[in-house]
Structures are given as C-alpha cells and as structure tokens.
Ligand binder design. Sequence first.
Ligand code: HEM
Length: 477
Amino acid sequence: MPVPISLCIGTLIFIYITHWVYRWRNPKCSGKLPPGSMGFPLYGETHRFFTPTPTTCDLPPFIKERKERYGPVFKTSLVGQFLIVSTDPEVNHTIMTQQEGQSFEFWYPDSCRKIFGEQSLLVLHGHVHKYVRSMVVHHFGPNSLKQKLFPYILEGVQRNLSSWASQDSIELNEALKNMIFALTAKKLIGYDQIKPTENLRKCFDAFMEGLISFPLDVPGTAYHRCLQGRKQVMKILKDMLQERQKTPKRCQDDFFDYVLDELKTEGTALTKEIALDLMFLLLFASFETTSIETTFAIKLLTDNPAVLKELTEENEAIIRSRRNVDAQLTWEEYKSMKFTIQVINESLRLANIVPGVFRKALKDIQIKGYTIPAGWGVMICIPSVHTNPAKYKDHLKFNPHRWDGVELNGGTKDFMAFGAGQRFCVGSDFARVQMAVFLHHLVTKYRWKVIKGGDIARVPALTFPNGIHVKISEKNT
Ligand code: HEM
C-alpha cells in the first residue's frame, strides 16, 4: 500500500479512537451529568470496585473516596455499563419507592441476569412479577412462618447447635450456611437426604464470589465457576420437577407442590422456566444472606460483651417466665424479644451484606440539579444510608439501643437492609425469625470462643476470608 494511503488510514483510525475515547469519557447528556470519572474505555472503574478491602463496618473505599471527591451522587462505569451511584438517602428512597415502569425500572446488569436466569424475579416486571411475588409471600410470609416454618426452624437450630457442641471446633459461617440451606431446601423442594443436600449446596460454593466479580466467563474465574454452579443446580431442579410432575399425589407439602398446582391452573402466568428460576433464586437468596448476616451478628456480639450480656439476660428471662422450663420457644415469645430484635436490626445495619441495588432510568430524570440520562443504570448504595453520621450517632459503633422504641415495617429512608418499595425483600421475616431463634438458643444454652479467623473483608460483598472458627460448648459443662 502506498505510504500516503497508509498514513491516511492510520490518521483516520487514530481520529476514530480518540473520538471514541472522548465520547466514553464525556457521554452525551441532554442536561448536566453528575461529576465522576468513567475510567478506562469499556473497563471503566471496574478494577477498583472489585479490589478486596479489609474493612471495618465503614463504606467500601471505592464509594467513600468518590463520595468525598464528587459528592453524594456521582457517575462511573463498571463492567462496561454507564452508572450513576447514589449515596444520598433521600434520592435512594425516592427511587426505590417509585412506581416501577414510570421513571425507573427494576434492573440488574447482564452478568447477574445470566446467573439468576432470564425468567427470574430480577427480570420479571408488572403483573407477572406481582403474581410470582405473591406465591413466595404465601410460602415465606408471616402466616406460613408462624404456622408451618417456625417449628422446623426450632428443630433445625437445636439439632445443629447440639451437634456443633460435640465437635472440637466449627467454621461458623460454613456451618450456618449448611444449616440454613438444609432447612430452606427441605421447605422449598423437599430435599432432605443428607448426601444430595450437600451436593446441591456445594454447587453454590462459588456463588457469592462470582456474583459480585468481574463477569469474565472463562475457566479459572469466579464468574465462570458461578455459572457452572448454576448449570448443575438447574439440572437437578429440572430433573426434580419432571419427577414430581410424574407423581400424581401431593407428597411433600413444600413449595414445589404449590408450584405444581399453580402450573396446572388455567390462565396461570407461571411457566416451568419461571418456576425453575424462582426456585434457584430462592435457594440462593435464602441461605447466603441469612448465614453471613448471622455470622456477622455473632462476631459483633463476641466483640461487645456488654451487649451479649444484655441479650442473654433477655432470653434467659423468657425461659424463666415459662411454667414449664423445658417448653419450646413460642411464636409469642419470639415476638416479645425486644432487645434481640434490636441486636438483629443493628447487625443488619452494620453488616451491609447487599452493597447496592440497581435500577434503570427509563427517561431523562432530574435529580439534585443533575440529569440521569435515559438508559443509564443507577446503583443505590445501601451502606451509605446505614453509615450516615447525620442519622446514626457514632455510626460505626454497634449500639442496639439506638433502636429503642423504633418499629421497622418495611424499608425506610434510613434503613433499607431488605430494600424498600415494590421490591422489598420477600424473605425478610423468614431471615429475622431464623436469626432470632438461633440467637435465643445460642445464648441461653451455649457459650462460644473464637479459636481463629474472624477478620472481615469486602469484595465488595461482606466475607470472612479466613472463616471464623469457634468452639461451642454447652453452658452447664
Ligand atoms: C438477611 C437476609 C437478607 C437480606 C439482607 C436481603 C436483602 C434483600 C434486598 C436488599 C432486596 C431488594 C433488592 C432490590 O431492591 O433490588 C431483596 C429482595 C429479595 N429477597 Fe432478600 N434478603 C435477605 C433474605 C432473603 C431470604 C431468606 C429470601 C428467601 C425467602 C430472600 C428472597 C428475596 C427475593 C426473592 C427478593 C426479590 C423480591 C422482588 O423482586 O420482588 N431474601 N433482599
């Protein structure tokens, strides 16, 4: 090729790339975009976001640094997606409690959709979402909890604690995961044989890590392991569904039975694909979240003996007030555990296991003098709400008494551990009951000692990188 033509082509390519980089860094907007950096083309600021950080209960450094530099609402780009991050409690609450489908819609990045499935609750909108959600509430909501699930939780907690006390030590987070998974898998899909439960549970091993990791689907990455795990779980669930469809009679009284009945209902919005993705999401959502939350609560109690003492006194008083000291914990007693509920609220506030929830702008939206362009994602930063010093005095201190007299029903502007609005967590009551029952039995019958581990890190999800190894002993030994 003659030199002048090569030069021309080279110059054109250079101009094109320069223009493209400029456009990346300065995206089009009909108004004023919030301040912030778009990072490198395509890659954005992904690396910084996913860098593991040893931490206290404070905001992840990625958010903290940008909040300080740019203010409470800033722009960034993560895994190829233009994003507005909001750390502002008002903005967060307004977005989360808006009617979906008008200014914002419920949205998660493609990487999450791949993991949870194209028919999962994360993708469903409108009446199909409402319908599927109501099925879950029917099974995990307060009525079913009180009548059906409460006795199972009691039995599971007591059996596991007793078994852990007979061992030299246990890794608490792993042990809690197994306990909660076994319970949920039983009540969801009738899974109770010890061995298969372990296998199914193992498929979720790389999940938390993969869910909030760089979405590179090549062998060796956390994301790839996570997708492989999904494949295995979906195969098991599909086989089970087929098997159950062949069995004409109701056999387990679990969520599967209920789904099978719904699938037979004329005009139902439920399909097999929705049902399977739903089971998958519920299996994951119910055990990963509650187990890490409970582990974190135990860590906070270990580090705060005065709180542990008060918690123990409340729960021992419940036992003392019974006519029969050997009686089981009742639903009414659970409801009366004021300080225990405060300990749970405060643990939820500080744990911040959900670093952010996502929405998408459906049209150009004006917020705090800035424009969120149509099509952009919004990451609502929940930890920033929970560590807001204007609302929470000594915001990093574990102080359950800050909840004295506060009743939490749903999400509020200052507390959204379970989200808020139309997508408020359907498992919040289930998680709370499991945590309360566990704490009750742990503090009244057992003591524990941390043997090793206990450090926390955020990647940006909360993890215990070296586990938390504890020796649990019965109090009267
Ligand atoms: C401590 C434990 C838990 C925490 C911190 C938690 C947190 C959350 C949050 C923040 C959301 C809102 C997501 C958003 O707005 O984008 C959510 C939704 C959801 N959670 Fe939980 N969750 C927990 C336990 C559970 C359990 C036990 C279940 C299962 C029964 C569950 C099932 C779900 C489902 C299905 C949704 C989606 C609801 C919808 O789209 O309508 N979660 N959770």
